[in-house]
Design a protein. Structure first.
Length: 318
């Protein structure tokens, strides 16, 4: 699967695509939308920083609550350091900013595993009141351990998540975090973490308010599921998401044989490689207890070699 559509909502607000020089009469109220800012594209030749400067001149930024950063110039070759610097330099003009998504880039603009990123944590340091942060693209992504007291939601979407990023997130102090979503990806595109790197997350020690945990889009989904089966953090979750990866019977049976999951509101396993008997066991065990279970096979596909070796694929790779 590729990412073919831009975000439609952020921070509970509809996304509005801003372009420099728009008719002022057509602009929405600054706090009523999440503003999408892109630059250097075929239909918007203005560079990202220049477009952002014009946005600041045309919109009352003191009321802006959410920003979606779209494609920047040469995303195949360079990261968004200039974007982060522009936002950080303007932080005094963005006192109401509570949500940022960095890299709302679809495959026609740049495939997810070719999006260049950078150290994104200066953005979190510049906005201590930020409540939601998302980033797409793992190439060059850096996320050293940090402390952020207000962040409630963290999303990292990649086709291959570097182990140092996994370890940085896992070692971070995020006492307000309720929603963590990591797309671990495949080694073809830079994923090199192991289940042991997730242990600080699975223990829940630094995440006292976590209620929604997604560890998905992974080529080691069975191993992740087996670790989750006995993870202390699961007891206080409402949503557990192990979707989009290569989950097979081994991982699902480990889940069924581990701690009870009947307290969950939802278990998301869509895009899976489960046999029908195991799918039925999941339904019988969890749906009867009122858990919403998503077992949609979605676009799950596989290849089989002449020797019978089966190759499974994550949902989002390249």
């Amino acid at each position: 699967m590729t990412i073919g559509g831009h975000l439609g909502e952020l921070y509970g607000l509809p996304v509005f695509p801003y372009a420099p020089g728009m008719d002022q009469a057509t602009l929405p109220e600054p706090d009523s939308v999440a503003w999408r800012l892109a630059g250097g594209t075929y239909d918007n030749e203005t560079g990202w920083a220049e477009g952002f400067a014009r946005f600041c001149a045309e919109v009352d930024t003191t009321r802006v609550r959410a920003l979606v950063v779209g494609v920047w110039e040469d995303a195949y070759d360079s990261g968004p350091t200039h974007v982060i610097e522009a936002l950080a330099d303007t932080r005094d003009r963005l006192p109401a900013l509570r949500s940022v998504f960095l890299g709302d880039i679809v495959f026609e603009e740049c495939e997810i595993s070719w999006i260049n990123q950078t150290d994104v944590t200066p953005l979190l340091a510049a906005f201590p009141a930020l409540e939601e942060f998302g980033v797409r693209g793992g190439q060059g992504l850096v996320f050293p351990a940090l402390r952020h007291d207000r962040l409630r939601k963290l999303v990292v979407e990649t086709g291959g998540l570097p182990v140092e990023v996994v370890r940085g997130v896992a070692a971070s102090e995020l006492p307000a975090l309720e929603h963590l979503d990591l797309w671990l990806g495949t080694s073809w595109y830079g994923a090199d973490s192991e289940v042991t790197d997730l242990e600080p997350i699975l223990s829940g020690a630094r995440l006292p308010r976590l209620r929604h945990l997604a560890l998905r889009n992974s080529e080691i989904q069975d191993e992740v599921a087996a670790a989750v089966a006995s993870a202390p953090v699961v007891a206080r979750l409402e949503v557990l998401d192990l979707s989009m990866g290569t989950l097979g019977d081994e991982g699902a049976i480990a889940l069924l044989g581990g701690q009870p999951l009947t307290h969950l509101k939802k278990l998301d396993l869509h895009h899976n490689y489960l046999s029908e008997p195991v799918r039925q066991r999941l339904r019988d065990t969890l749906e009867a207890a009122g858990v919403e279970v998503d077992l949609d096979e979605d676009d799950a596909d596989h290849e089989e070699d002449e020797d019978g070796t089966v190759h499974r694929f994550v949902s989002v790779g390249e």
